[in-house]
Design a protein around this ligand. Structure first.
Ligand SMILES: [Zn+2]
Length: 522
């Protein structure tokens, strides 16, 4: 009766909400993949087996594809545009189902009663962004709330208040504490202050995640400080976006790994993350010292031509360019002045040489004509070191990127392509092409490893009872498409993304919105 007509909801009750059939399932632990069916009921994985002879309301054909736990981005700024576009499309399209925000010392809440993590999490639940959101408590945010922007030592009662805020945030489900020691006011924190603020993390086994005080000439000292803070507090340490900036510092990576090994031998639980790009993107004025830029672009341009300051600015800028590795490691991106559009995409050294100019003078000319509005890419990082950091057993994948879409209000400016490309780039460029690690290892670095780090204990693995966050992708085609010149491009080869049992992306097309929620660490 009614053979061939599929009305399972009426004639034959569906056993599950969703079945993903026939894919090569990587469980996230680093184990090799095996062909499996997996069944989902509600927001949970309820069965994983070589064959599931049951029916579901919806089925995904994953034959020939890889099935992995949804990726967890342990260092994300993807919440920045969340209110103007809750889809957070560039994150979902990478297969990322959970973004860990509150990085680099700044977070959306402080842990104070009027800016609590509980109310922040409730607001995220109401917003229903595409991906899940977990958050650390930013130590810079806490300092700002208690002390303000002042460069001074915290008094004992101020430390007490800051620690209470950190503690409250952790009680509400913050998944770690972060510092940004190259930013203000985070940079004003002493080592003792950082230890005090990190101490509440210890009992909960949550990490102190740090954008270190320095990532170039004083890298080793910065690593030592980070280890000292974690050791003093007794908590795990997560070094954010580990890098060796500037060619003259590239040789320091072996020493970094030695420090990491000896800290582990002394029982400090330490790990790190990295985004898969060797260039950073910033404004061309960032080559110039901070003091010369104080007060805005007009005052900056006045100072570079004022004989009282010009010499010192030139000297400090040349030192910075030397650190990056020379003028040809500076690539011009967006240039505002129309008469200089031909400069876009050129290396500054070559650009100046072609015009018979001194590169410093050429830079001043560009900045003057564009009123400071010139973008640059700094190729200051080593490709070889990037591969060593990513493939190291303690290395995880992060994006450090923003969230945006190719359409709608978040398509603006010229964001770093890492916000749309990081995870597919690791799978395509570093696993398939460069073969620096196996697919199973790379998936672990994107799933169970970060999940265990921030104690999202029911995520990051495919197993019965785990949250139904899943990504289905094609290992033979997966690749990033976003570039520094054209960042508004989604990756390819990511077929299906499931968040909390909801199919958010299907056949590479948007299927549902509002799949994500706030995740509280336990
Ligand atoms: Zn950072």
């Amino acid at each position: 009766m009614f053979a061939g007509v599929a009305f399972p909801s009426i004639w034959e009750r569906a056993d599950y909400d969703l079945i993903v059939r026939g894919g090569t399932v990587f469980d996230g632990t680093g184990a090799e993949g095996a062909v499996r069916d997996l069944a989902i009921a509600g927001d949970r994985i309820v069965a994983v087996a070589p064959r599931i002879d049951a029916r579901a309301r919806e089925e995904v054909d994953a034959r020939g594809l890889a099935v992995a736990p949804g990726f967890i981005d342990i260092h994300s700024h993807g919440d920045g545009n969340m209110e103007s576009d809750p889809r957070v499309e560039s994150v979902i399209r990478q297969g990322v189902t959970t973004m860990v925000v509150g990085a680099d010392g700044s977070s959306r809440a402080t842990g104070a009663p009027d800016k609590s993590f509980a109310s922040m999490f409730d607001a995220i639940d109401r917003l229903k962004p595409g991906p899940n959101v977990a958050s650390m408590i930013g130590f810079g945010e806490v300092r700002e709330a208690v002390i303000g922007d002042m460069d001074r030592v915290a008094a004992a009662d101020e430390i007490k208040r800051m620690v209470a805020m950190v503690d409250a945030a952790l009680n509400d489900g913050a998944c770690g504490g972060s510092s940004g020691l190259e930013y203000t006011p985070g940079a004003f924190a002493s080592r003792d202050e950082l230890i005090a603020l990190a101490r509440p993390l210890a009992g909960r086994r949550l990490p102190y995640a740090t954008h270190m005080r320095n990532e170039d000439d004083r890298l080793i000292e910065a690593i030592e400080e980070s280890i000292a803070v974690a050791r003093g507090a007794g908590c795990p340490l997560q070094i954010s976006h580990l890098k060796t900036q500037g060619p003259r510092n590239w040789s320091k990576l072996d020493k970094v790994f030695l420090l990491v090994d000896s800290a582990r031998a002394a029982r400090t639980d330490i790990a790190f993350d990295r985004y898969p790009y060797v260039a950073y993107a910033t404004g061309l004025t960032n080559l110039f010292p901070v003091w010369s830029r104080d007060g805005g672009v007009d005052r900056f341009l006045a100072r570079v031509s004022d004989s009282a300051t010009a010499g010192r600015i030139r000297q400090e800028t040349l030192a910075k360019v030397e650190l990056i590795g020379g003028w040809d490691n500076v690539q011009l991106s967006g240039v505002k002045a129309t008469e200089d559009r031909d400069a876009e995409g050129k290396r500054l050294g070559a650009y100046a040489a072609a015009r018979g100019q001194d590169p410093y003078e050429a830079t001043i000319g560009l900045l003057t004509r564009s009123k400071g509005d010139v973008g640059m890419l700094g190729y200051a990082m080593s490709e070889e070191n990037l591969e060593k950091i990513l493939s190291h057993p303690l290395g995880m994948v992060c994006s450090d990127g923003g969230g945006f879409a190719v359409d709608g209000p978040t398509r603006r400016g010229s964001p770093h392509p890492r916000g749309a490309g990081s995870f597919p780039r690791v799978l395509g460029r570093y696993v398939r092409e460069r073969k620096i690690m196996t697919l199973a290892q790379a998936i672990r670095k994107m799933t169970s490893l970060p999940a265990s780090r921030v104690r999202l204990l029911d995520r990051g693995r495919i197993a019965t009872g785990m949250a139904a966050d899943i990504v289905v992708f094609d290992p033979s085609t997966v690749a990033d498409r976003a570039t520094f010149d054209a960042p508004f491009q989604y990756p390819v080869g990511i077929n299906v993304v499931i968040v909390n049992g909801v199919v958010a992306l299907h056949d590479g097309q948007r299927a549902a919105v509002g799949s994500g929620r706030a995740l509280r660490a336990r």
